[in-house]
Ligand binder design. Structure first.
Ligand code: CAO
Length: 486
C-alpha cells in the first residue's frame, strides 16, 4: 500500500488496475445475470472481488498488514502500544524520534545502565527508528517525503504540537490524500481539550477510578493501563478500519481516540448501573445486602462481580502472608447445587433462605464467609482444580512472577524472551491477538536512529549526496553534535 519508488510503481501499474482475471470474472457473473432487472450490481462487500484463496499453508503467505507503512510519531505508552500492534501484524513502522533524546521512555525507569529501559523496549518491538529534528527545515523536508511514502501517520503529542511542527491535516492531506492521520489525545473537543494527559488522569476522568476500590475507601486506579494501552488498542482498530474504508474511497481520514473516551468505553457497565439506580438499588452490589443505601452515582463495589452473578476474592491457604494466595469465586446460579456440595452445605440447595439467587442476594457476606472457610483449606491451584471439575467459575490471583514463569503462556507467544544487543535477554508480552494466517514474531526494539540511513536511502530514495547534505545541516543529529560540526 505504501508508495514504492517510481520505477516499481510504473511496473506494477497495469496489474493494480486489473483485478485477477478469474476473480473479476466471478464478481462480474452474477452482475451480468441480473443486469436487465437491476443495472447496478450489489457487491458482496466494499471491495467487490476477492483474489483467489491462497494455496500457501496458513501463516506462510505474508502478514496481515504487509505493504502498509506507518509514520510513527508516537512516544511514551499510548501511541507506541498502537504502532507496536500494527508492526506485529506486519506493517513497516518507522518511528521518528528527536535526535539525541528519542522517545523519553528510553531513559525512564532504567534498570540496566546504558541500555534502553524496559519501559521503551517492551512497547517498541518490530519498529525501525530514524532521528529527525521536526522543526529544522531539512528535517521538515525529510518528513514531507515520509508523508508521501507512508499510509498512516500516528501521533500522541500534546494538543497542537503537530500543527506547531507545520504538520497540519491540510498540509498532510495535500501531500498525500491517501494518508490516514491517527491521534491519541487526553480529551476530545470540549473544556479540557488542551490538557496534557497521562494514564492515571485518564482513569480518573473516564469513570474508572470513581467505580474502583471499596465503598468506604478513596477512589482507586488500576494496574492495568487502560488509559494508555487501552486507548492505543482503540486507535489501532480505528486505523485498520480507516485503511479498509480507504480501499473503497481511495482517501485518508483523521482518526481520533481520546483517552477519556477509551476509558469510559471500557467502564460502560458502570454507566449502565448509573441509569439502573433510578429504578432502585443495585441488588448484586454487596452494599445492598448490608442494608447501606445507594447515593446518586454508581458506587465503588470492591471485588463484587459486575455481571449479576455474585463474585468475590477469597483467601486461600497461605493468605494473608502470601499476598497473592487468593482466588476469585463466582456463585453462578446454574452451579449453585455443586457449590453447596463442594463447601459442605448440601442443605442450602433446598433451604428457601439460600436456594434462589434472589434469596441469596441479601446474604452474600454470610455465603462468601462460608465459602472462604472452604477455600482457606486449599491452595489457590488446588481450589481451581476442584472447582473446575464442576464448572464453577473461578480464577487464582496470579502474580507477575507466576505469569513470567508460566510455560503455557511461553508456548503461545504471549510471554516471550527477547534478546537485545545492549541489555541482553528480557521478557516481554507478545502479541495477545492471534491470527492464524499472520503469525507474529517479536523482534527487538530499535536503538535510537538505528535505521536512519536505511530509511533515507531505501524508503525515501535520497542519493548519497542528498543524504550528506541533510546530515550536514544538523537536522538528524543532537544539538551537541551540531555545535561540534560548526
Ligand atoms: N523534533 C523536534 N521537536 C520534537 C520532536 C522532534 N522529533 N518530537 C517532539 N518534539 C517536540 C514537540 O513538537 C513539542 O514541542 P512544542 O511544545 O514546542 O510544540 C515538544 O517536543 C513536547 O511534546 P509533547 O508536548 O507532546 O511532550 P510532553 O512531554 O510535554 O507531554 C504528554 C507528554 C504525553 C503529556 C503529551 O504528549 C500528551 O498529552 N499527549 C497526548 C495524550 C497521551 O498520549 N498521553 C499518554 C502518554 S503515556 O502516559
Amino acid at each position: 500500500m505504501a508508495k514504492k519508488t517510481k520505477k516499481a510503481k510504473a511496473k506494477s501499474k497495469p496489474a493494480a488496475k486489473k483485478p485477477p482475471r478469474k476473480a473479476a470474472k466471478a464478481a462480474a457473473k452474477p452482475a451480468a445475470k441480473k443486469a436487465s432487472a437491476k443495472p447496478v450490481a450489489k457487491k458482496a462487500n466494499g471491495n467487490g472481488a476477492y483474489p483467489k484463496p491462497s494455496s500457501k499453508p496458513f501463516g506462510m503467505d505474508g502478514k496481515a498488514l504487509q505493504g502498509v507503512r506507518i509514520l510513527d510519531f508516537t512516544h511514551v505508552q499510548s501511541g507506541p502500544t498502537c504502532t507496536q500492534l500494527l508492526a506485529w501484524f506486519g506493517a513497516d513502522v518507522i518511528k521518528v524520534e528527536r535526535p539525541g533524546v528519542g522517545d523519553i521512555t528510553r531513559g525512564q525507569l532504567v534498570d540496566v545502565k546504558g541500555a534502553d529501559s524496559l519501559y521503551f523496549t517492551m512497547l517498541n518491538h518490530n519498529k525501525r527508528s530514524i532521528t529527525i529534528d521536526s522543526k529544522h527545515p531539512q528535517g521538515k523536508r525529510v518528513l514531507d517525503e515520509l508523508i508521501r511514502k507512508c499510509d498512516v501517520l500516528v501521533e500522541n503529542f500534546a494538543p497542537g504540537a503537530l500543527d506547531r511542527m507545520g504538520l497540519t491535516w491540510e498540509h498532510i492531506h495535500k501531500l498525500n490524500p491517501r494518508m490516514i492521520v491517527a491521534s491519541v489525545k487526553g480529551f476530545g473537543p470540549g473544556p479540557y481539550e488542551d490538557c496534557k494527559v497521562y494514564e492515571n488522569v485518564a482513569q480518573c476522568t473516564g469513570g474508572s477510578a470513581s467505580t474502583t476500590g471499596f465503598r468506604d475507601g478513596p477512589p482507586l486506579v488500576t494496574g492495568a493501563q487502560i488509559g494508555d494501552s487501552g486507548t492505543g488498542l482503540h486507535l489501532a482498530l480505528g486505523i485498520v478500519t480507516a485503511l479498509y474504508q480507504r480501499t473503497r474511497t481511495g482517501r485518508g481520514q483523521k482518526v481520533l481516540c481520546a483517552m477519556q473516551d477509551g476509558v469510559l468505553n471500557l467502564a460502560r457497565v458502570k454507566l449502565r448501573d448509573q441509569q439502573r439506580l433510578k429504578h432502585g438499588p443495585l441488588t448484586e452490589y454487596s452494599q445492598y445486602g448490608e442494608g447501606i443505601p445507594f447515593g446518586d452515582a454508581t458506587p465503588r463495589a470492591g471485588n463484587d462481580s459486575g455481571g449479576g452473578q455474585p463474585g468475590r476474592i477469597l483467601k486461600c491457604k497461605g493468605a494473608p502472608e502470601d499476598p497473592n494466595a487468593y482466588i476469585y469465586f463466582i456463585t453462578q446460579a446454574p452451579v449453585w447445587g455443586e457449590i453447596c456440595d463442594v463447601i459442605g452445605e448440601p442443605t442450602w440447595k433446598t433451604d428457601p433462605e439460600f436456594a434462589t439467587p434472589k434469596a441469596r442476594l441479601p446474604k452474600l457476606n454470610q455465603i462468601f464467609a462460608r465459602i472462604e472457610e472452604w477455600t482457606m483449606t486449599k491452595t489457590k491451584f488446588e481450589a481451581m482444580e476442584i472447582l473446575n471439575k464442576f464448572d464453577i467459575p473461578c480464577g487464582p490471583i496470579l502474580s507477575m512472577k507466576e505469569l513470567a514463569e508460566d510455560q503455557s503462556l511461553r508456548k503461545t507467544g504471549t510471554v516471550v524472551e527477547v534478546d537485545h544487543p545492549v541489555r541482553g535477554k528480557y521478557l516481554s508480552v507478545g502479541n495477545p491477538i492471534k491470527l492464524s494466517d499472520s503469525i507474529s514474531e517479536v523482534k527487538r526494539s530499535p536503538l535510537l536512529g538505528e535505521h536512519t540511513d536505511e530509511i533515507l536511502s531505501s524508503v525515501l530514495g535520497f542519493k548519497a549526496s542528498e543524504i550528506a547534505e541533510i546530515k550536514n545541516s544538523g537536522a538528524l543529529s543532537a544539538p551537541e553534535k551540531k555545535e561540534k560540526a560548526a
